[in-house]
Design a binder for this molecule. Structure first.
Ligand code: ACO
Length: 316
């Protein structure tokens, strides 16, 4: 049997325990004389709450339970994984990679393990690399993770950014398949836009309106690109699972594709923007609550700092 494709065998996710509502965050910021409100945050972003990691809790700590849940869903042992790719903007350490730390926490060794850094597009980059390696025969079972302790990059005196982000992890297990699961992927970057969203020193700096415009345009184009590659129409998409940047960007993309809100997985209200973790987190939530099931077509897409963007069209 020739196995020229990869498909998703299982999904998992994990959110740190501490849930911080907009009201909680507003109260925290008020102590430093910074004004915000639940109404402002909800109206501009759709966010109602986010989860923050506990002090000392790192990306690999969030990645581990997400990975274990994905392995269990796939019916595989960690020992059967020969490739781990972790997308993260907030690695535990400069090195070794979070993927190596995760591998050790899973109690296995010997397979390939590395991180990719493409900020909020990171999971799409990681998925594309893992899919290509499986199709090329250089890996058989891949664990692809998005994990972020993005709160570690926030300046809580900058109300324009600190209200947007949260922490979490999501994971998928990919395996070889006779029939395509991952139908088409596309990745892009434009380094000329590095300055609109970056961490020049220790915390996030963002030109929100520039990001907004770039994001909606890039996401529409890349969605159409993967549909064209796969020879499919937007109407064939059962679920749009976008990077959960903010509800207005997400709705802008859905509208351009002619998809109603009911066909879009939305978790941003409860998770905030978890950067590289947001797409696999949203996917896992929708798989586990029964919205996403086998046989459906999914469009995953992400956009973020770099500027980077990407999409994957998937028969789940
Ligand atoms: N609470 C209350 N007021 C605020 C807050 C806040 N948290 N943040 C900013 N404001 C104020 C500003 O100070 C400003 O006040 P002023 O008019 O008195 O000067 C006013 O609100 C409007 O500020 P803008 O920055 O112009 O607000 P805008 O309507 O652009 O909304 C936002 C900001 C939500 C960031 C918007 O630009 C946006 O959605 N951008 C997309 C960026 C994004 O989603 N980034 C996520 C990360 S990137 C990614 O994942 C791709």
């Amino acid at each position: 049997m020739n196995l020229f494709h990869s498909r998703i065998l299982g999904t998992g996710s994990y959110l740190p325990e501490r849930r911080v509502s907009n009201a909680d965050l507003a109260e925290q910021l008020a102590r430093d004389g910074i004004e915000t409100s639940d109404a402002w945050i909800q109206e501009r972003t759709g966010i109602q709450a986010r989860h923050f990691a506990a002090p000392g809790q790192k990306s690999s700590d969030l990645a581990l339970p997400a990975a274990q849940a994905a392995l269990e869903a796939a019916g595989l042992d960690a020992g059967q994984i020969d490739l781990i790719v972790v997308a993260t903007t907030t690695p535990d350490l400069v090195f070794p990679s979070t993927a190596c730390l995760l591998q050790a926490k899973l109690g296995v060794h010997g397979g390939a393990a590395f991180d990719v850094q493409a900020v909020c597009s990171g999971f799409l980059y990681a998925l594309t690399v893992a899919d290509a390696m499986i199709r090329a025969g250089s890996a058989r079972h891949a664990l692809v993770v998005g994990a972020e302790v993005f709160s570690s990059l926030l300046d809580f005196r900058d109300r324009g950014t600190c209200v947007l982000f949260g922490d979490g992890a999501g994971a998928v297990v990919l395996g070889p398949s006779e029939h395509p699961g991952i139908l088409a992927t596309a990745l892009h970057a434009d380094g000329r836009q590095a300055g609109v969203l970056c961490v020049p020193d220790k915390t996030v700096l963002m030109d929100g309106q520039a990001v907004f415009k770039l994001a909606v345009g890039a996401l529409e184009k890349v969605a159409l690109e993967v549909l064209a590659k796969a020879g499919r129409e937007a109407s064939s998409i059962d679920w749009l699972i976008p990077h959960q940047a903010n509800l207005r960007i997400m709705r802008g993309t859905a509208k351009k594709l002619g998809l109603p809100d009911e066909r879009m997985v939305i978790t941003v209200h409860e998770h905030g923007n978890t950067s590289a973790a947001s797409v696999p987190l949203a996917l896992d939530i929708a798989v586990r609550d029964g919205r996403v099931h086998r046989g459906q077509t999914l469009l995953l897409e992400g956009v973020g700092g770099g500027f980077t963007w990407g999409a994957a069209l998937i028969d789940y």
